[in-house]
Design a protein around this ligand. Structure first.
Ligand SMILES: Nc1ncnc2c1ncn2[C@@H]1O[C@H](COP(=O)(O)OP(=O)(O)O)[C@@H](O)[C@H]1O
Ligand SMILES: [Mg+2]
Length: 422
């Protein structure tokens, strides 16, 4: 009698340790696998498996991990059976009981085939409120008869496991929510940053715009009026004009960047908008001798868009690519419609892909910040893509930029919402 009591106390101690060990598992899956493995190794369970009530249809249970007829732990997440298929489980479910032990019953494999006879215990996996699953164990492998204490230990193990299981589920949900929150926080910080930069930039741009215009007019006037053969003077004037024009470009860019709310929306076919954008920069394309492949969808649903602004987007993206390409490079433009992933509507996608050097990885993450450029020396302002993104946001669209392969071939994907979709 005393020996039995000692064994029971020893098992309770192990159960306590197991609880601590299992609470350190990294995921729900890890917990389920470890519970079966450690249950066998440390508590001396024979065949052991856990099943969870299918949240979508509580008449069914779904497998998790279990021990096969040879004694090996295996994943059983593909198994889904009715509770009614197992009389013991059915009874526990009906009575909301903690456990049930039966002797001399047929023991089955996962397909329901009888693989032997022996003792069988089913214990409810409780989460503190309700039954979330079942723990099933039998003595198929070692044929050692079950005792009442085995039933109690199984019941306690199932209950410990159940509490840890709901804890892990909650932990995982919390992790997901935390990740989403961090993403949103990042976006908010970015939006706030853009608002401050945008506000400052517009203020400065407005102040600088008129003086620049006056300087430029003055330079034009002086260039015409000064009759001199002094090359240096002419060259200086020319340089000054160039510099002022560049400054004007930046100022205009900044003003573009902040003209937010004024959209003139009409139904547009993005194939035609792309054609007119290409036409507007035909000169630059021809000059560089770049081959353009157009892979346009025949029938694109219309998009509510501001034609000029979307042209500005396309031209910015096209010029960015052209800028990086050499003569034998290619530029591929694709348009197509697809079902939007996150919502129940259609999107129109415009892709501009090139075979150039790709975007340097160190600027990929800040590409949409204003003034990020690798072309400062050749007149880049780094405003292009921030304007592009602003315009896409104004259209409730999305933009994604990446490299086809690391180190070469940039690909810009623009996503617009098709008209007539909610
Ligand atoms: N197709 C592309 N291939 C390689 N790099 C690109 C491509 N498009 C954009 N970039 C990189 O992104 C930077 C920022 O572009 P953008 O915001 O338009 O400013 P800018 O054109 O004035 O440099 C560019 O300087 C370039 O380094
Ligand atoms: Mg640009």
């Amino acid at each position: 009698m005393n020996v039995k009591k000692d064994v029971f106390e020893e098992k309770l101690k192990i159960l306590h340790e197991l609880g601590n060990e299992l609470s350190l598992t990294k995921s729900v899956k890890d917990l389920c696998r470890s519970a079966v493995e450690l249950g066998r190794k440390r508590l001396g369970f024979d065949r052991l498996s856990t099943w969870f009530v299918d949240a979508g249809n509580p008449k069914y249970i779904i497998g998790s991990f279990g021990v096969n007829e040879k004694g090996n732990v295996r994943e059983e997440t593909a198994e889904r059976v009715t509770i009614d298929g197992d009389p013991a489980m059915k009874q526990i479910h009906a009575k909301q009981a903690h456990s049930l032990m039966r002797e001399g019953v047929p023991l089955r494999d996962n397909s329901g085939n009888i693989v032997g006879h022996g003792s069988h215990i089913i214990a409810a996996i409780w989460n503190g409120k309700e039954i979330v699953g079942y723990l099933s164990t039998d003595n198929l492998l070692r044929h050692k008869p079950f005792t009442e204490q085995d039933r109690e230990i199984t019941e306690l193990f199932a209950s410990t496991f159940g509490h840890l299981y709901s804890l892990k589920i909650a932990e995982e949900a919390l992790q997901v929510a935390y990740g989403q929150l961090k993403d949103i926080q990042g976006q908010l910080i970015q939006a706030a940053k853009m608002e401050v930069v945008g506000g400052l930039a517009t203020g400065v741009a407005h102040e600088v715009k008129n003086p620049l215009a006056i300087i430029l007019q003055g330079l034009e006037y002086l260039s015409k009026k000064i009759k001199t053969g002094d090359e240096d003077i002419l060259l200086t004037l020319q340089r000054m004009r160039g510099a002022v024009k560049k400054a004007k470009g930046v100022v205009n860019g900044l003003l573009d960047f902040s003209t937010f709310s004024e959209l003139n929306l009409t139904p547009q076919n993005l194939n035609s908008v792309m054609e007119s954008s290409l036409f507007l920069i035909k000169h630059q394309i021809d000059k560089r001798g770049i081959r353009i492949t157009k892979d346009f969808a025949d029938r694109l649903p219309p998009v509510m868009a501001d034609k000029n602004k979307v042209e500005q987007v396309f031209i910015n993206v096209l010029l960015n690519a052209l800028d990086q390409l050499s003569e034998d490079d290619k530029l591929i433009i694709r348009t197509y419609a697809k079902d939007s992933l996150d919502e129940d509507r259609k999107s129109v996608i415009v892709e501009v892909e090139d075979t150039g050097p790709g975007i340097p990885t160190d600027i990929l993450s800040k590409l949409f910040d204003p003034f990020v450029t690798t072309r400062r020396a050749s007149g880049g302002t780094g405003l292009g893509l921030s304007i592009v993104r602003n315009i896409m946001n104004m259209h409730n669209g999305k933009i994604d930029i990446g490299n086809v392969k690391e180190g070469h071939g940039a690909k810009v994907t623009l996503e617009f919402i098709a008209q007539g979709q909610t």
